[in-house]
Design a binder for this molecule. Sequence first.
Ligand SMILES: Nc1ncnc2c1ncn2[C@@H]1O[C@H](COP(=O)(O)OP(=O)(O)OP(=O)(O)O)[C@@H](O)[C@H]1O
Length: 591
Amino acid sequence: MMNFILRRSSSCLPPPNRTFAVAAYFTSLLHPHSSPNSAAAAVAVVSPCLAERRREFHFKSGPLDFKASLPRLAESAVDDYIYDDNNNKDEGLEISKLGISNDIVSALAARGIARLFPIQKAVLEPAMQGRDMIGRARTGTGKTLAFGIPILDRIIQYTAKHGLGKYPLCLVMAPTRELAKQVEKEFSESAPNLETICVYGGTPISQQMRALDRGVDIAVGTPGRIIDLMKRGALNLSEVQFVVLDEADQMLSVGFAEDVEIILAKLPQNRQSMMFSATMPSWIRSLTNKFLKNPVTVDLVGDSDQKLADGISLYSIASDHYAKASIIGPLITEHAKGGKCIVFTQTKRDADRLAYAMARNYKCEALHGDISQSQRERTLAGFRDGSFNILVATDVAARGLDVPNVDLIIHYELPNTSETFVHRTGRTGRAGKKGSAIIIYTNDQARNVKTIERDVGCRFTELPRMTVEGGTGDMMGDMGGRSGGMGYGRSGGMGGYRNSGSGRSGGYSSSYSGEYGGASSGRPGFNANRGGNFGGSGSSRSGGFGEFGKSDRSSSFGDFGSGRTGRFGDIGGNKSSQSGSFFGSFGNKHE
Ligand SMILES: Nc1ncnc2c1ncn2[C@@H]1O[C@H](COP(=O)(O)OP(=O)(O)OP(=O)(O)O)[C@@H](O)[C@H]1O
């Protein structure tokens, strides 16, 4: 495997005319069987820009026989990408001068994108060369277009020469529906003449089957629905030339990897495979050899640098479990200053409860995997367009989501892993903007905060502790804090959260309504229990959060470390020990 680490660079790429020459050269390698003349003729007949799409002309993908001369060329690419630390004022690379299809150039220009971001610059040449690739760059730095532009360009060239096919030439897989939709949108907006489809669960499959039947150039989707469509014979992957695993470390983690492998096994051997993420934990290296051929690693993060995007200010604040919910309002008021804020919880139920309580004083909605797909989409659209400005979400929103101008991230509960911290935090400070993130931790979790600092190469500014005024009518007072927190280090065996005593019977509500039954401390019902909207009507049983632990695994605190694994490092059957979780098991795979 040839690796080269790229730091944020300036004079990375060769002059535009050379890039153009390289692109043109590889284009000719890609399609050696088409002479310039026949290509021109083909353009005249079927170019998507010039003619209506003619799906009935279906051409089998030609072999991608460009690998022979790659080592030499890749080496020259390495030279080009070597970073100059003293010269890191990146002016970007003018997209219009790269020889990229006019369709793409004008579509990007219409979106205000005229210059490549560094990762896009770094990826362009090896991607045009057809190299398999591992790409890492910080959150919000444009990885989608880094793989998108070269793929789109090559598909445009290919269809210009070979005509439009029925089956997708490119498959992109993403871990969540929202991210899949976003990637598909980015593709379709960047090459409006190509046919794209997004396939994901929670929506009628028949519609997707019909669209596939009409013919597509690019399919983006989540693994479950992709397999479903394959099994029904509606999605034929035999012509895929490009496959991308977005959020690759999550896609190759326990819980996803099996599905991904099934899909990859159905793809032609002769293809270009790329994996992208802001985090590439070391375990991923051993796996990549399984899926990639002689991959080049384009890494704009590096081992020693801090892993977060620039421009994100980090704060930490210590709080007791029961007080967390009470301090969140003041934190948002102070740090989000009326802008957009995402509050991350660990469980769906917590997201619901917190959102419900906060909605009394803020415009706020919940997002998690138990919400219907149509509602999820409405919620995200509302958050994007500013109909409300506080999103309380599980880690379903941690990765990839690109909502412009999120000012503040609050880790209401600590993330499972340092990688998740990076992704959650990366929902702010995107595309060069500024943002803030606050991590709320209990005394027991102080070590975890240090672990994050060490892993991520960052420093939190500690905020002064806030005092909780019980029964003051503070908007979150009802929650009485929450959740039993994470119980890190207390429950024995790391992940055996069941035994920590938290969140199972605890009815502690510091104030009046008892809607949430309070939570955390495991003390028996100390709950005003009048309202009881959630958590068992605040009844005499246990009140509020006392219900945790008896229902479905993924939304239940009581099920943390549910005994399935009982191992340190497992995240409820998702990433498992691969990702070095520093909490116990959460059983939160798809949130
Ligand atoms: N060259 C560019 N010029 C201006 N804006 C860009 C450019 N490239 C990408 N963007 C915008 O930057 C934002 C972040 O891009 P993107 O979502 O691809 O980031 P990412 O690196 O994939 O982040 P994450 O790791 O969180 O998934 C998007 O809104 C995208 O449209």
